[in-house]
Ligand binder design. Structure first.
Ligand SMILES: Cc1ncc(COP(=O)(O)O)c(C=O)c1O
Length: 375
């Protein structure tokens, strides 16, 4: 059997990782400003995280959601406290798409409606309901019908006000668009979504899969705007690489047995990983670190020639270049041994571990300056 060939691959095989570094099979070291796509939150192979998962695996690795799994309650408690959403409840899943799938389903269960508003350049995953609200027809199969979805321009308050009515089931929005190129939602836009939902009974779904879990310098990005969504979805940084996603649900929703479900969601190992992540975020003050290092990047990148625009919050940064990003990224990777992310043709995405240090930031800044002076 061969692999179904859907991913363009770098000819690099990482075999070891620690903190913000990776090593390939030839022993070559790489600095990681990509975090495996915003997934590495507390740093690769953090010793506390490894110890906790190893201990758990020796005790019990998996049993289904038909028995008590106390680490699920521990996770809900820790997450409520650290995010400031103590009165929300938690449904555990395995990925970002699955979190959004369940969020949309919950919204529709709640108000019995079907019309969903989403935003241009948004990305919400590839399962059926999630891909239907994802603004990219090339990843929608005919079965992922999207007639019920209206795509509006991002950050356009007037368009939003006109579109939301008493038939709107939900509005789904990323606080910072990741795939779309690091576009930050304005406070005015977030407040307008809250207001429109309050007026019409629509559900405000905040997709925090990429921008959440401390990456923006606050636990969730909507906390910069002072609004509270009805449903928040998380994944990526939640397990530092162990697959886990979550749907955070406001008290207005009532759970019924059998309403939602999953085989793997909330399993012992995933919860242990997620609990370790939250312990580390709290102990090492990583949300504050993300804010500080993010400011340091922004401050230092300002003076660079060849940059058209800098966007982002905390450690979710988009650097839009005047020239195409492809050759810049390749030189960063193959000459300077630094992994970065990308969005579109001209934007580099930085999504490093929240534990990134000034020293590591300086290595990136020095390398980028050299590369930009040559392209
Ligand atoms: C904002 C956002 N939502 C949802 C998803 C889908 O997450 P997953 O790939 O875990 O299904 C992603 C993935 O990149 C994302 O960035």
């Amino acid at each position: 059997m061969t692999l179904f060939n859907v991913y363009p691959l770098y000819d690099i095989e990482p075999v070891k990782a620690q903190g913000s570094y990776l090593w390939d099979k030839n022993g070559q070291e790489y600095l990681d400003l990509y975090g495996g796509h915003a997934v590495i939150s507390v740093g690769h192979t953090h010793p506390y995280y490894v110890r906790k998962i190893t201990q758990q695996l020796k005790n019990i690795g998996f049993y289904s959601n038909s028995v008590k799994i106390p680490s699920q309650e521990e996770l809900a408690d820790k997450l409520g406290k650290l995010s400031g959403l103590k009165d929300y409840s938690l449904f555990l899943v395995n990925s970002g798409a699955e979190a959004n799938e369940n969020a949309l389903k919950l919204a529709s269960f709640y108000n019995g409606r079907t019309k969903v508003i989403a935003f241009s350049k948004g990305f919400h995953g590839r399962t059926s309901a999630a891909v239907a609200v994802t603004d990219n027809p090339s990843i929608q199969a005919p079965i992922n019908f999207a007639e019920h979805v209206q795509i509006l321009p991002y950050n356009d308050v007037e368009a939003l006000k006109k579109a939301v009515d008493n038939e709107t089931c939900a509005i789904i929005v990323e606080g910072i668009q990741g795939v779309g190129g690091i576009n930050v939602a304005t406070d005015e836009f977030m407040k307008a979504i809250r207001k429109a939902c309050d007026k019409t009974g629509a559900i405000f779904i905040h997709d925090s899969v990429q921008c959440g879990y401390g990456r923006s310098g606050k636990f969730f990005t909507f906390q910069h705007s002072g609004v509270k969504p009805d449903i928040i979805t998380t994944a990526k940084g939640m397990g530092n690489g162990f697959p886990i996603g979550g749907v955070l649900i406001s008290p207005k929703f009532e759970a019924k047995h059998g309403m939602l479900g999953t085989t793997f969601g909330g399993n012992h190992l995933a919860c242990t990983a997620a609990n370790a992540v939250l312990d580390i975020i709290k102990k090492e003050k990583l949300i504050q670190n993300a804010a500080n290092i993010g400011d340091y990047f922004m401050e230092n990148l300002k003076g660079f020639a060849g940059i058209k625009e800098l966007r982002g919050q905390g450690l979710m940064i988009g650097i839009e270049f005047e020239k195409p990003v492809g050759p810049i990224r390749n030189t960063m990777l193959f000459e300077h041994k630094i992994f970065t992310g990308v969005a579109g043709t001209h934007t580099m995405r930085l999504l490093p571990s929240l534990a990134m240090t000034i020293k590591e930031a300086d290595i990136f800044l020095g390398a980028l300056k050299k590369v930009l002076s040559k392209v």
